[in-house]
Design a protein around this ligand. Structure first.
Ligand code: XMP
Length: 335
């Protein structure tokens, strides 16, 4: 039965069969994928679901507050907000290599989830089942399990990092055969609101993989502020495109747009003073599944506004660059 309702019914039944009458914890980021899994699990097992939001301190400006607001006020689910900011800052201090960052962040996710599984243990045993929003492209790009392990790793997606010693879950991944557009259609059919279904994708390792070199509080602050301006301006541009064309998340509108902070400084001038500060790279791409992408041909006036606002409003930035590379040969993220 390949109607949306049929796919939903099949997924719900599969989850019920897999977990029996056990509790399940869900790794919730507030993004499309994990929100759709939350809706499926809520249908399948109701109040036996605990949604766990791990705040690693690498989220976008205002994002933790927004996710908490949505999942405590607008949805009736058991929601746990884990404040792991300091643990992550410690683990990432001085780490520069992209795959090393991904490994550390992904491994610590398992530790954080397992700690919650132990907290809400039943009969002294940690919760055995964990649901997450792994989608098909995550598996392909990680060159991971289920593809037979033959494909090479492009980058290790956070939810495909192996369990650390002492941690084990039986995973529930109802979206592991779907592409993003299919996940969005499922989300709509499940009644999720548009602002969740049409959020731009955001990687689990968060801003750590958009800061080239080591992650520091100072760099994070710059990146968050620049990224907030980019999102504000390009949200507005994308909304206007949608009004004109009726297309969203397609080859003709922006799929993702964000700031990247490279590990260099350059000379500038402000008033009659020399500055020696950081540049911000604007990344904006058009895509329909993130497997390939084109750099977005943004109008000059949009670029001008983004650049003008970033150098005026973000202390420590004196230059803005635009990444005009498609995927392949680049990837969407920088790490
Ligand atoms: P790349 O950079 O490989 O990214 O072109 C393809 C898509 O995947 C997103 N991405 C991730 N999503 N966990 C995720 O959930 C990850 O570890 C991860 N790494 C990249 C990226 O933002 C883009 O949409």
């Amino acid at each position: 039965n390949w109607t949306m309702e049929g796919i939903i019914e099949d997924s719900v039944r599969a989850i019920q069969e897999q977990v029996g009458d056990s509790r399940v914890i869900l790794g919730l980021s507030g993004g499309v994928d994990s929100s759709v899994v939350a809706a499926l699990c809520a249908r399948a097992i109701g109040s036996r679901l605990t949604c766990v939001f791990v705040n690693h301190g690498l989220l976008r400006k205002n994002e933790p507050e927004e996710v908490e607001e949505v999942f405590t006020k607008q949805f009736d689910v058991d929601f746990v907000h884990v404040h792991a900011e300091e643990r992550y800052a410690g683990l990432l201090a001085g780490v520069v290599d992209p795959e090393e960052k991904r490994r550390i962040i992904g491994t610590q996710f398992w530790n954080e989830f397992f700690a919650v599984a132990q907290d809400i243990a039943e009969d002294g045993r940690p919760v055995q089942f964990m649901a997450q929003g792994t989608i098909y492209p995550d598996i392909i790009e990680s060159g991971a399990r289920k593809t037979g392990g033959k494909a090479s790793t492009i980058k290790s997606h956070h939810n495909l990092i192996p369990f650390p010693e002492g941690v084990h879950f039986d995973l529930i991944e109802p979206l592991d055969h779907f592409f993003k557009d299919e996940v969005r259609a499922l989300g709509t059919a499940l009644g999720l609101p548009d602002y969740i279904v049409h959020r731009q994708p955001f990687p689990g390792p968060g801003l750590a993989i958009r800061i080239i070199g080591d992650v520091t509080p100072e760099k994070l602050e710059i990146l968050k502020n620049a990224d907030a301006i980019i999102r504000e301006e390009l949200d507005a541009y994308n909304a206007k495109l949608f009004e004109e064309t009726g297309e969203r998340n397609s080859e003709h509108s922006c799929w993702q747009y964000f700031a990247v902070l490279p590990d260099i400084k350059s000379v500038g001038v402000m008033g009659d003073e020399r500055t020696y500060q950081r540049p911000i790279i604007l990344r904006a791409v058009e895509s329909s599944d993130a497997m390939t992408a084109d750099w977005a041909k943004l109008p000059y006036e949009v670029l001008a506004r983004v650049s003008g606002r970033i150098v005026a409003e973000v202390p420590g930035v004196n230059r803005v660059l635009y990444d005009i590379t498609s995927k392949p040969p680049a990837t969407i993220e920088w790490e």
